[in-house]
Design a protein around this ligand. Structure first.
Ligand code: ZN
Length: 251
């Protein structure tokens, strides 16, 4: 995208004064804001959209399905804020770079700054829990892995991180959350956070040793088995613990 850079009068100044949404392209799927669901409905949160920190191979069955060894410590990578789109509003996938896989993950919305935290502090910083899709250009990733290169081209592209609205983390059972994905009516992923290799509290504490987490950042906690390619037109239904159900159609 690239916002205009400039100081002083003229066209640049008036552009800077325009609301952020206007500076994006006309594609409304680019406009995303964190939302919290409550019994009263859905409200947008006054939080920036920050970075997304992800963990690879956090479920042994998923590592096995891609013939990957289970790592000794979590494999961490990031997606930038520009990767985030609204899951519920529908989104599109790249069609010219091989298979695009869907990985359905429990997501954590960070509500307060977290740096070099212990597990207790880490849990206290979680504001919301939701569902995210870690979209992955699998053929591109395979090539990058073979060459020993970073994964960003396969994992961090625009639109690679559809995020649902969040439910309040207070009282949410993070260590026993059932996560399901149905694609065109067929169950494709069905896992439980109890099977995470690195559970949520430890994962967040570990991440915060390396990367300071800021309010508005999101953590994707890894995918259970059952990842696979998706196509434009697919109807996806995802569910977390029967507390959150979302549905969307891939464009
Ligand atoms: Zn993932």
């Amino acid at each position: 995208m690239g916002f205009p850079v400039g100081i002083g009068g003229g066209a640049n100044e008036s552009l800077h004064n325009r609301p952020l949404a206007d500076q994006y392209s006309k594609d409304t799927s680019m406009i995303y804001q964190h939302r919290l669901l409550s019994q009263a409905g859905s409200e947008s949160l006054d939080l920036p959209v920050g970075k997304v920190v992800c963990v690879g191979r956090n479920y042994a069955a998923h590592a096995a399905e891609l013939n990957n060894p289970v790592p000794a410590e979590p494999i961490l990578f990031m997606k930038p804020a520009t990767a985030v789109v609204s899951l519920e509003n529908g989104w599109s996938i790249p069609t010219d770079q091989g298979d695009c896989h869907i990985e359905t993950e429990m997501t954590l919305l960070i509500g307060s700054q977290l740096s070099k935290a212990n597990e207790q502090q880490a849990l206290a910083a979680i504001l919301g829990v939701g569902i995210g899709f870690d979209l992955t250009l699998r053929d591109v990733q395979t090539q990058l892995k073979q060459q020993g290169h970073p994964w960003e081209r396969a994992k961090a592209f625009d639109g690679s991180c559809p995020l649902s609205s969040f439910v309040d983390a207070t009282g949410f059972e993070l260590s026993d959350a059932q996560l399901r994905l149905t694609r065109n009516g067929e169950l494709q992923q069905d896992g439980n956070s109890a099977d995470m290799i690195t559970p949520v509290a430890k994962l967040l504490a570990l991440i915060s040793q390396q990367f300071t987490l800021m309010p508005g950042d999101v953590v994707l906690t890894g995918t259970p088995a059952g990842v696979g390619a998706i196509q434009a037109g697919d109807l996806l239904e995802a569910e977390l613990n029967q507390q959150l159900k979302v549905e969307c159609r891939v464009r």
